[in-house]
Design a binder for this molecule. Sequence first.
Ligand SMILES: Cc1cc2nc3c(=O)[nH]c(=O)nc-3n(C[C@H](O)[C@H](O)[C@H](O)COP(=O)(O)OP(=O)(O)OC[C@H]3O[C@@H](n4cnc5c(N)ncnc54)[C@H](O)[C@@H]3O)c2cc1C
Length: 376
Amino acid sequence: MARRRDYDMAVIGGGLLGSAIGWGLARAGQRVAVLDEGDVAYRASRGNFALVWVQSKGLGMPEYAAWTRRSSDRWAELAQLLKDETGLDVAFTRSGGFHLCLSEAELERRAQMLMRLHNQPRMVNYPYEMLEREGVRNMLPEIGPEVVGGSYCPLDGHCNSLRLLRALHTAMQARGAAYLANHIVQGIDYRGGGFRLATAAGEVRAGKIVLAAGNGNARLAPMVRLSAPVRPQRGQIVVTERVRPFLAHPVVTVRQTDEGSVMLGDSVEEAGWDDTVGNGVIAAIADRAARMFPLLGRLNIVRSWAALRVMTADGFPIYDQSDDCPGAFVATCHSGVTLAANHALELAPMIAAGRLHPALDVFSARRFDVPKAGRA
Ligand SMILES: Cc1cc2nc3c(=O)[nH]c(=O)nc-3n(C[C@H](O)[C@H](O)[C@H](O)COP(=O)(O)OP(=O)(O)OC[C@H]3O[C@@H](n4cnc5c(N)ncnc54)[C@H](O)[C@@H]3O)c2cc1C
């Protein structure tokens, strides 16, 4: 028989966004349920590259650069809190990271892009350097002869993102949040100041809801008079066998994990809901990585996979609240590892208090309505 349950807050989606927000809400004293799909789900949170990355974020929206920097600044605190609450070490290091270039033309394009980014009005100040080959080699001694230089940002880092997801789930449940697997939300009804979520496993009621369903947000948002125009964007990743420590700083497409294997990535492909692995793409990823670090060419590839990013038209996040259904919020982004600290420690307390801070207005999906209005 269908069951009915009541909560202060229901979070739809148990990926990195839903679990970070769910944990943050539970820390704020809310009675939380997190509703999630079963194992058939597409989950960006189980297939990402695990960078906590600042450099190059925010061209076209300087507020996003500031939001990213803020999360990066709070990441050590996030990792420590999760360790204190769960005993799990998410292996966060902020060692500084690189974007490497394999030709003078690439290096020039990179320098121009970062200059445009940092010259934007209202741009948050953060350090970065363009380095010639020798400067890179001082910090990454194993680079190959084709590397001509790159950009370096001391704020960049990485973590073990599968462990991050596990730690967030463990922490939120330890604080009393109910994790409801196999609860695909099919309909949302706003009635009498509260929300009724229809699932095949029964109705769930909540005073407030957060849509954190990744690409599923596009379908759910209109049910509470919100909009979340996101699309799946495929990324493929390759993992090598374990090797001695050789890479003290993550590179945007090559990083050595805390367990010794090396992750190579990650492609950017518009393939709709297709998350199959393509051998041509994998070969191209491996080839470029081996040109950066020749020792990689001698390692066995042990795994590869494809996962679907959650992408908006401009690449920036959506954080919004519904005017017509007060208490309904939406959160979606394509850098859910990097922004996990903000989601747990900044966004969740705002949602618990019932109102997003006006500084987040810039992330409203209403920004996508502007061109339409212009054409009218
Ligand atoms: C290849 C790749 C590399 C990446 N690299 C990085 C990186 O280095 N650094 C970084 O910061 N980010 C990275 N990302 C992005 C990051 O992984 C995502 O931003 C993040 O995982 C998104 O989390 P999410 O919770 O929004 O979505 P998801 O992980 O997709 O989770 C959404 C959840 O919602 C559930 N759901 C959907 N519809 C419903 C419904 N109707 N009812 C109930 N549940 C529902 C799904 O089952 C799923 O569990 C990468 C992503 C990819 C694909």
